[in-house]
Design a binder for this molecule. Sequence first.
Ligand SMILES: Nc1ncnc2c1ncn2[C@@H]1O[C@H](COP(=O)(O)OP(=O)(O)OP(=O)(O)O)[C@@H](O)[C@H]1O
Length: 267
Amino acid sequence: MSDSAVKHLIDVQQLHVDFHGQKILKDISVSIESGETVAVIGESGCGKTVFMKTIVGLIPPTRGTIQFDGQDLSTLSPAALSDVRRRFGFVFQNAALFDSMTIFDNVAFPMRQSTTADEDEIHERVLKHLQEVGLPPTVISKRPSELSGGMRKRVGIARAIILQPELVVYDEPTTGLDPIMSDVINELMLDVRQRYPVTSVIVTHDMRTAQKVSDRVLMFYPRARLAKGEPQVLYDGPPAGLDQCDDDRVRQFVRGEAGQRLMEITG
Ligand SMILES: Nc1ncnc2c1ncn2[C@@H]1O[C@H](COP(=O)(O)OP(=O)(O)OP(=O)(O)O)[C@@H](O)[C@H]1O
């Protein structure tokens, strides 16, 4: 495919985000193609979640633009923005299910909110998506508190994909899970991208997720520690290149070596 034929689903240009004078994101320009799976990594507090929330229109940029499928999110009316958001699926940290609802009602929620589907159709779709994430029909009458953490994450994925979104954002999808359950979630994210023509952005601290599931990794660095004029995205490339990156900070991060940071923190 020639470069001009590549379709950018998301186009971020010169994005800056500040909160009450605290500068979090600085001059970020990144495009994400339709169908790509991008992992966003970087140490705690560097602004990964803020970046993710900004590209889905939950946080307005202080400066710069975010285009989704050619539409500048900051120029949309609240109603138009909410129409665009129907094209997104969100897998929040800790699954963020509604505790007072059954699993069925949790997964059905986006359909009831955003479609005119009748209850038969909703029932069929809920069971289909629960099956896709490996959960039996018997879970539908349970409450989230009756399920394990891994099962709740799977319910969160079923809910996120029920409207067949064009973009799915995952916020730390494997945090708090054992290595086997983390791999189950990694496999499910791969399965979702194989089954549906979806673009995915995964904020993660899990290097196995970045290596196994993504086509491309963006590594952010805390803005306060950047040298003057340095870009905040220290790495933008395939996961296989992380370990050979010229930048020590990238190699140390992916290998989990404290290095210079230990000296800075302990003095
Ligand atoms: N709504 C907000 N209002 C004010 N400050 C915020 C807001 N959201 C995030 N921040 C601040 O922005 C910074 C970056 O937060 P963010 O959650 O993006 O970090 P992160 O890289 O995702 O970290 P972690 O890996 O620990 O989740 C933090 O200092 C946080 O306190």
